[in-house]
Ligand binder design. Structure first.
Ligand code: FAD
Length: 403
């Protein structure tokens, strides 16, 4: 920075779009970049472009609160996130990139007997899946998180479910690592190029229209998170998705004080501390459909109140900034990785609050689907037609421990 950014070697090329590719990925977020990376690495496709309307990592991949966990309950979700966790654990070596993956442990607090029962069941599912879970009683939580308010009576702390392999990672480094890895394998990463139309002839995809001209392709993947509804509409599809804004907050940098990720589901609040020292925290959606990536004050107030209820000490810290991201919400809280009714057109979307932890497995499974035309076994339940057939994966209830 002090040298005016001169003399730096770019981490990836900045190519102009070619007239034709074997495959085009629409969207240069975490999922689009990881899909391109695994298409090249696992399946040998290199004549691919990722077409991104802004700059790489400008979407939710650079806006989330970085929680990585494998504590899902339902068959269908549980094996997928378990697979993702294993990919996280090998990611830095695979990409040769420091994404600051930190398995500092995630603690989901519970505040009633009923909630404890639900977390016992969840913990058993996690262990059956081969992941880790430990039930903490009140004193077990106090030993790890002595700064919580154990005297408050509104939501008394009964205990917590500890997931030691859960934690966080530096979100934009994940985008950069996959981008560099894809570029090194020949993938064209085309920035400032918005897809404005999808070309379809006789039910078969032929390519895309963009602000930098038409690009032909044999296969196209829509991987645009909060813009999924709009881009799918270009192919005549109406998705079972609503876009909502989710806000997040970071405090001024503090000395190390919170060394876990803590989720306070009853208060719709969660918090961790970044490696720079900022307390990173957030809550629930703003609860109205929107494409504006900024939120409103009532949710700000709600989040601050919940934080103060749980750990009054944070009232002494100053909020440095807040921001929002557009979430692609499905009715059952689970994602979609599937073919579409248009031949050669695929979709990966519906990540709700929780798509950061899914970045590696989503790319892995979407690449498998696009390369082989069959769903990967750990993503086989993420079907687009489940809202018509009723085979839903209703894990929206994990909202209490979302992100
Ligand atoms: P994005 O990065 O949004 O990528 C989509 C890309 O598509 C964008 O770059 C966009 O510019 C591009 N695009 C859109 N339309 C077009 C077009 N027409 N042409 C070309 N390009 C287009 N998940 C977790 O697991 N843990 C968390 O702790 C967590 N916290 C979160 C906190 C907040 C505040 C937010 C907003 C999200 C959080 N998430 C979390 C969710 C997670 O960030 C998302 O689910 C995930 O990043 C979405 O996938 P993506 O990275 O591919 O999306």
């Amino acid at each position: 920075g002090l040298f005016g950014n001169k003399g730096w070697t770019p981490a990836w090329r900045n190519p102009a779009p070619k007239a034709e590719y074997d495959m085009i990925i629409i969207g240069g977020g975490g999922h689009g970049l990881s899909t391109a990376y695994y298409l090249a690495k696992n399946h040998g496709y290199t004549n691919i472009a990722v077409v991104e309307k802004g700059y790489l990592g400008s979407g939710n991949i650079g806006r989330n609160t970085t929680i990585v966990r494998a504590n899902y309950f339902l068959p269908g979700n549980s094996e997928f996130y378990s697979h993702s966790m294993k990919l996280w654990e090998g990611m830095e070596a695979d990409l040769n990139y420091n994404v600051m993956h930190s398995q500092r442990g995630l603690i989901n607090l519970f505040h009633s007997d009923g909630q404890r029962d639900a977390f016992v069941r969840r913990g058993n599912m996690m262990i059956n899946q081969g992941d880790d879970a430990e039930l903490l009683d009140r004193e077990g939580v106090r030993a790890l998180l002595p700064y919580l308010d154990f005297e408050q009576t509104r939501f008394p702390i009964y205990g917590g479910l500890l997931h030691r392999r859960g934690g966080s990672a530096r979100h934009d480094a994940v985008a950069w690592g996959y981008a560099r890895g894809a570029d090194q394998r020949g993938v064209d990463l085309i920035q400032n190029c918005e897809v404005t139309g999808i070309d379809i002839e006789n039910g078969v995809v032929k390519g895309v229209q963009t602000t930098r001209g038409a690009i032909r392709a044999k296969k196209v993947g829509i991987i645009v998170a909060g813009r999924s509804g709009q881009v799918a509409a270009m192919a005549g599809m109406r998705l079972p998705i609503e876009s909502h804004v989710l806000q997040a907050f970071v405090s001024e940098g503090l000395k190390p004080v919170i060394d876990h990720v803590i989720s306070f589901g009853m208060g719709h609040f969660y918090i961790s501390q970044s490696d720079k020292g900022g307390l990173v925290f957030g809550g629930d959606l703003d609860f109205y459909a929107s494409y504006a990536s900024r939120g409103n004050l009532p949710m700000v107030e709600h989040v601050m109140e919940a934080g103060m209820t749980l750990m009054p000490m944070i009232g002494r810290a100053k909020v440095l900034r807040s921001w929002g991201g557009i979430m692609d919400m499905t009715p059952d809280g689970s994602p979609i990785i599937d073919k579409t009714p248009v031949e050669g057109l695929y979709i990966d979307c519906g990540w709700n609050y929780g798509g950061f932890k899914a970045v590696p497995a989503s790319g892995w499974c979407m690449a498998h689907l696009m390369a082989t035309d069959t769903p990967h076994e750990v993503a086989a339940k993420f079907r687009l037609d489940r809202f018509r057939t009723g085979h839903i994966l209703d894990e929206e209830g994990t909202g209490s421990q979302h992100n």
